[in-house]
Design a protein around this ligand. Structure first.
Ligand SMILES: Cc1cc2nc3c(=O)[nH]c(=O)nc-3n(C[C@H](O)[C@H](O)[C@H](O)COP(=O)(O)O)c2cc1C
Length: 228
């Protein structure tokens, strides 16, 4: 079973808390995996040209194009994004919009697969994981677990610290750390990431019925759409 991990942070991997979290989850799963960062890729969101409707292939030619095969090849997904303004980063939003090509009649290319949603924010990322779950549901993919963790608020390392009257340090009274803190230095984050990875790996190893899962997700999507 192969898991494709996608990191939606625009920051370099070595300082991205999201990337570090996804990496640990994937390693803990015991499954074959690949982790791709969107940070250096240049691609747009869906342009609604509708040219994917007949054959389920997006016709925009950019850095998303080679990812299509990887998405189809994977058995499961780990989708992670930092929390930007209580939602996905624009990178991750554009990436997931392009999954519109998998939604048309007769597609079933990704339907019934499984996913885990991960979010990292300065103060948590629950809206991010909920957004990922909804995006997955549009492709009839079941989100089996969600992990939301606290990372490094940008206001802690912008350089102005408490001198900025509208920054988090001044508003909360929290001191800025000397260095960008490592998200995995927090034992609770490590513990939860390992748990999520192990559970995901065990679930995939056990096997499941993709057709039934796809039907379950069609029903789930209909209930979710009622809240839109
Ligand atoms: C433009 C911008 C908007 C942000 N908005 C939020 C927010 O709404 N809520 C929050 O908790 N953190 C917010 N943050 C903080 C990031 O989510 C946090 O720094 C996260 O750890 C970044 O993940 P990364 O290290 O993988 O890049 C924001 C950061 C940036 C740069």
């Amino acid at each position: 079973m192969k898991i494709l991990g996608i990191c939606g942070s625009p920051r370099p991997n070595k300082i991205s808390g999201t990337y570090m979290l996804l990496n640990l989850i994937l390693k803990s799963s015991g499954c074959e995996h690949e982790l791709i960062s969107l940070s250096s890729l240049k691609f747009s969101g869906c342009t609604a040209c509708m040219r994917c409707v007949k054959d389920n292939v997006c016709k925009i030619n950019d850095d998303f194009t080679p990812l299509r095969e990887k998405i189809l090849d994977a058995d499961a997904y780990l989708i992670g994004s930092p929390n930007y303004f209580s939602g996905l980063t624009s990178l991750m939003h554009c990436f997931l919009e392009r999954w519109y090509q998998f939604r048309h009649q007769g597609a079933s290319l990704v339907w019934g697969k499984l996913a885990v949603a991960a979010g990292v924010g300065g103060f948590g990322a629950v809206p991010v994981t909920e957004q990922i779950e909804k995006f997955m549901a549009y492709s009839f993919i079941k989100t089996v677990d969600k992990i939301s963790m606290n990372g490094n608020p940008s206001c802690f390392y912008c350089g102005y610290g408490k001198n900025c009257p509208v920054g988090i340090p001044a508003l909360t009274g929290v001191e800025c750390p000397d260095q960008i803190p490592d998200i995995l230095a927090n034992p609770k984050v490590r513990e939860e990431a390992v748990r999520v990875g192990k559970d995901f790996g065990a679930l995939l190893a056990k096997g499941y019925n993709r057709e039934l899962t796809a039907i379950e997700m069609q029903e789930f999507l209909m209930t979710k759409l009622k809240d839109v």
